[in-house]
Ligand binder design. Structure first.
Ligand SMILES: *Cc1c(COP(=O)(O)O)cnc(C)c1O
Length: 236
């Protein structure tokens, strides 16, 4: 697998606690409902040991970006039925079968073709696969995510797939340390999310906010933040 930083100092539980406290503080600062923001711990390039440490600290919701790596971890922890694994990385067609079989939630759907394949491969003995549509809010070239203008068409298609359940929207904005610029980008996702709700889409997930823009995301209405570095340290 990868070379890992070992958590010799046992910092992971402390970092988890700190992030959860920050989330609660930001909820209150920005008039959000208490406990309305979920923490997805992003474990890409993290060792089984580090994930075990987070599980021992009581965490159950994990996000992975790379399929091969994720499947090893999911297999390792399969006896722990309380764990919930979300796929958040780029998706190629040939990965859709395993993703549809092994995850409960996919945040990174950004084409009709991928949605169709996830629907086709989702085993019917499992509940429908929860999905978010990934939006490119910054308009950067080579960035994953669809153009905001295309969201309604794709959302309607996804709603017609019985093995998928559209849950909301996700974005990875352009990197900036400027709080106002972070909020401006995330605000676009929030507006799109509200437009979908106005059009009667039954959605509940606004997936935005990473280590660098956690506060901006909660200020703009995130319901789920995806945090790696602030919990596990740098991924090398
Ligand atoms: C890696 C990753 C994260 C976590 O980023 P950090 O900056 O380490 O918190 C969140 N979302 C996606 C899609 C990622 O790939």
């Amino acid at each position: 697998m990868y070379s890992f930083i070992k958590d010799d100092m046992n910092t992971i539980p402390i970092h988890l606690q700190t992030i959860l406290q920050q989330i609660r503080d930001f909820e209150s600062r920005y008039d959000r409902i208490p406990n309305s923001v979920k923490l997805l711990a992003v474990t890409k390039h993290q060792s089984i040991e580090n994930i075990q440490t987070a599980i021992n600290a009581g965490h159950e919701l994990f996000g992975e970006s790379y399929l091969q790596e994720a499947l090893i971890k999911i297999e390792h922890f399969k006896k722990n039925i309380n764990l919930d694994w979300h796929f958040i990385g780029p998706i190629q067609s040939n990965k859709t079968k395993k993703i549809a079989e092994h995850f409960s939630f996919v945040h990174s759907v950004d084409s009709l073709k991928i949605a169709e394949l996830l629907h086709k491969h989702r085993p019917t003995y499992l509940p429908p696969l929860s999905v978010c549509i990934q939006i490119n809010v910054s308009g950067e070239k080579n960035k994953s995510g669809i153009d905001p203008a295309d969201v309604f068409t794709l959302a309607e298609k996804i709603n017609s797939f019985s093995n998928l359940k559209l849950r909301g929207l996700m974005t990875v904005p352009a990197m900036t340390d400027n709080f106002g610029a972070q909020r401006a980008q995330l605000h676009r996702l929030k507006l799109l999310y509200e437009q979908l709700i106005q059009k009667d889409f039954k959605i509940d997930t606004l997936s935005m906010g990473m280590t660098n823009d956690l506060e901006a995301a909660i200020a703009e209405g995130a319901t789920l933040v995806r945090i790696g570095t602030a919990i596990f340290g740098s991924r090398i």
